[in-house]
Design a binder for this molecule. Sequence first.
Ligand code: TRP
Ligand code: SF4
Length: 412
Amino acid sequence: MNSTDSPAPAATGERVLSGMRPTGALHLGHYHGALKNWVQLQRDNSCWFFVADWHALTTHYESPEVIASHTHDMVVDWLAAGVDPAQATLFVQSRVPEHAELFLLLGMGTPLAWLERVPTYKEQIANLKDKDLLTYGFLGYPLLQAADILIYQARWVPVGADQVPHIEMSREIARRFNTLYGKDAGIETRARAAAQRLPEAERARLLALRRAADQEGQLEQREQARALVAASKLARADKDALLAQVDGGRRTILREPEALLTPESKLPGLDGRKMSKSYGNSIAIREERASVEQKIRRMPTDPARVRRSDPGNPDHCPVWQFHLAYSDQACREWVRRGCTSAGIGCLECKQPVIDAVLREQQPMLERAQPYLDRPHLVRDILDDGCERAQHAARETMRVVREAMGLRPGDAS
Ligand code: TRP
Ligand code: SF4
């Protein structure tokens, strides 16, 4: 089953975890593409949101000095968007060094091939040509992300589609850890007896597939091994024993998380491409009023509408996308009629968008103000969140070390 087919979390207080790299002040694309969703999730779930500052270092290891201020600005925007520290735990990755310990331990048994085949790996190296990303840290990006998730035993991870392969890999890593260190001795004996009842050729094939799956982390082989057992003529109990063995005969030490796919934002950038600070087509969550007005007034429109008297086509105009995100039916009809008949001018058409964006920002500005007046409030929220996070992370690490036989006798 694909994890993205999963139902949305019910109001059961399940643990939800997500992180963002500290990029500084966020824009409306972040709001519509992620934060709005976080705010909804926090009501009915145990939400943990963190600043992935070590992840920022995997690509920006040459400029660590900006991370602290970027973290502060980003967290203010989370709070502005309505993320509520009374409902969710907000923290900073680097202040819970247990993430690094789990990352290190998971790294021991993670096949290099798993990391190399993550789609973003080669893409990013090709896209960010001006940076040397042939580093150990960048290769380890998804493994660090897996540690972030698994250390909190998170059930749901709200992310965009681009992050789904990382969550899939976190699942594989949890499964592999449970296989390696959660062995249940009884299963081996039962499985060995069951295998004796398989025809010789099938038994040999199953053994080869299991070896490949366990030692090289080959996922296809594990799938084939399961299919072989399922198709065999063995009794139910024998099949169960063999399937448990294929899956590692394990107990669950680290929980397998599931991606909770965030619906894509309807809001593009000012030029119609994806909103992104690096494209220079974004509006910040806390953008100044005058600047919002100016940016939207300067937005490109249907290139065919050169003069006011030329009719236009909203489908060729980025402003229309903003109307789709912000305007009601009546306003949209007014735009379509006015544009295609040259009945309205583009500045006129943009005014309702300007008003809607300002209206959306107003409560966010109000929520941000106390944190701008008293920055220590942000520090207090993070201090508190980091402490709670560390408490949870330490508990997992205790279980992990015990399963691996590390630090025997250490009661911490
Ligand atoms: N890789 C994520 C991104 O770029 C950020 C991230 C780091 C994350 N660790 C995480 C997201 C754990 C979810 C869970 O957006
Ligand atoms: Fe775009 Fe509106 Fe101008 Fe038509 S009238 S081109 S939709 S800005």
